[in-house]
Ligand binder design. Sequence first.
Ligand code: PMP
Length: 421
Amino acid sequence: TPAPVSADDLLARREASFADVQEHYFADPPVMVRGWREHLIDTDGRVYLDTLNNVTSVGHAHPRLVEAVAAQWRLLNTNSRFHYPAVVEFSERLAALAPDPLDTVFLVNSGSEAVDLALRLGQAWSGRRDVLAVREAYHGWTYLTDAVSTSIADNPAALQTRPDWVHTVPAPTGDGAYTADAVARVEELAAEGTPVGAFVAETVFGNAGGVMLPDGYLDAVYRAVRAHGGLAIADEVQVGYGRLGEWFWGFEQQGVVPDVIAVAKAMGSGHPLGAVITTREIAERYRTGGYFFSSAGGSPVSSIVGLTVLDIIRDEELQRNAREVGGYLKERLQELGRRHPILAAVHGSGFYLGPEFRRASGEPATAETAAICARLRELGVIAQPTGDHQNILKIKPPMVFTRDSADELVAALDRVLTTGW
Ligand code: PMP
């Protein structure tokens, strides 16, 4: 048993070896020692309801996943230039999850790597560097993915500091003519001699608070981009893999098929896993444009993790759970909004929900949302804000979240909104 440490000492040591840019949740964070399903347990034995860990898709410490990983570690772990069944089976399973004609898979270790590779496929395909991205987005921290990330919550100077080959359109979070404006931007860039080589967007606006895109948005923008020889990239890192309940992939909600899917997070349930799924033709074109090898991407252990997570999602019907319990939670949150006007809207679908807080004046309730999260934590619920105004909660729990847990979250939020924050 490790010697007990005080939370303050541990935080001081963390801050001594980390840079400020490596943030932590809460000013005085609890020290977490254990996870179980949709719960986290701290050093005091306090149990928290976890509404935040979308990465841990099948729940914390899932016994079936733990056993499968341990068994594979004992047997073999190496890189995918060797030949073994797990990487073949996992690639086949991923390709089968994607619609035709997407049948070719690259295995990497994170969302940043997946989106980075997707953007590079776009460059190789189009022979151009110009990328069109949507504002308020986060796509990763590598050079390319950071360049196309414009969330001002993460980086207040984001829009002023993008390279000149990064172009943006507004996040469709309000009532604007977003579809027509985005298509017009694609045409304008072509007319200016910098046609879009790749268009990258989350298929449901996770980072903006689980906001659904306007009907027909991706269809119109994908068509315009393809008409000028560019690629349509779907960033499914946050919202894909069954979490939306109604759809396995976010792009299904829009009735489109992208050219490239980037996926990560949920596929490893916390183990570093990412993938790009694309067409054979696009993947082959990359041969001429770049190098690809990943030491741990598609390793036997990573592949077994990926296969086991997919088995668990199927056997425990977690997508159905996301639809049913997520739908129930959304209704209960909407009902809460009718009694507490500060809860102005509930965005999202399934287990990607975004309750949004606004003042009576209509302004984003940014400070209030932070205070509500602090109070929720005191009540044993872990929740965090998202969006450019940090006034929307990102409710994206492990997909094993139960109806009782939904009731517990609503009761805690009701109490905070009733008694004050
Ligand atoms: N794309 C989106 C939409 C994301 O939310 C994230 C992570 N928050 C990433 C890409 C990057 O993923 P990772 O942290 O695994 O590198």
